[in-house]
Design a protein around this ligand. Structure first.
Ligand code: B16
Ligand code: MG
Length: 216
């Protein structure tokens, strides 16, 4: 293992709760009900694809400029919340693990669908730990396409088989596996069946544990 490539939302931070508040506000404004269950369906999806889910639920359709206006609105509300994020909002053991990896000389990448990823990394004080940041502004295909992780590996100067990917979304695990990565699922083993190993969160993970897992 020469590098670890992390998804952002659901692995390093819980921004899903802020996406939920902002999407619910937009959905309600459009007369569409939107609850926590609906929000689950949006995890790992791009902004565009998330809007599609909400429009479909409300039997609504919209042209390009109208879609853009709604996405911009949602994003402005989301960013108000992101700007209030504090340094202690990383998920359990995330910062500790990143620091351990750095100390061990293992390279660190980000592979996220979010166009706001660099800002979020700054807000929680971990941006300086990353050797490569691939976000939603740098990819043309969304997960389960492996593009985001392949770009990450290439920017780190490594082959997929030299990197471990950490993902909370099924589409992200599929992306990692089809790209040839060792994939660690963060969440439930029933959902993330295709992962090489699954943990509820990062708290049990150490550099030694990762090395021994990736050798299996
Ligand atoms: P943005 P990840 C994803 O982050 C979120 O899980 C998903 O809910 C969101 O729609 C997507 O980013 C796009 O985010 O609107 O900020 O560009 O899990 O890929 O880190
Ligand atoms: Mg995620």
């Amino acid at each position: 293992m020469k590098a670890c490539i992390f998804d952002l939302d659901g692995v390093l931070v819980d921004t899903a709760k802020y996406h939920f508040i902002a999407w619910r506000r937009l959905a309600n404004e459009l007369g569409v009900d939107f609850d926590e269950h609906d929000n689950e369906q949006l995890k790992g999806l791009s902004r565009d694809a998330s809007l599609d889910v909400i429009l479909k639920k409300g039997n609504l359709s919209a042209n390009g400029p109208q879609r853009q206006e709604w996405m911009d609105k949602k994003n402005a509300w989301y960013l108000e919340l992101v700007h209030q994020m504090r340094e202690d909002e990383t998920l359990p053991n995330a910062k500790e693990l990143l620091h351990q990896l750095k100390k061990a000389g293992i390279r660190i990448g980000l592979g996220s669908a979010s166009k706001n990823a660099p800002l979020i990394l700054e807000r929680v004080g971990i941006a300086h730990l990353f050797d490569a940041v691939i976000d939603g502004t740098r990819t043309s295909k969304s997960k389960p396409d492996p593009e985001v992780f392949l770009l990450g590996a290439s920017e780190l100067g490594l082959k997929p088989e030299e990197c471990i990917v950490f993902e909370d979304a099924l589409s992200g695990i599929q992306a990692a596996k089809s790209g040839g990565f060792f994939a660690i699922g963060i969440g439930s083993p029933e959902v993330l069946k295709q992962a090489d190993a699954v943990f509820p969160d990062l708290s049990e993970l150490t550099v030694e544990r990762l090395i021994s897992l990736s050798k299996r």
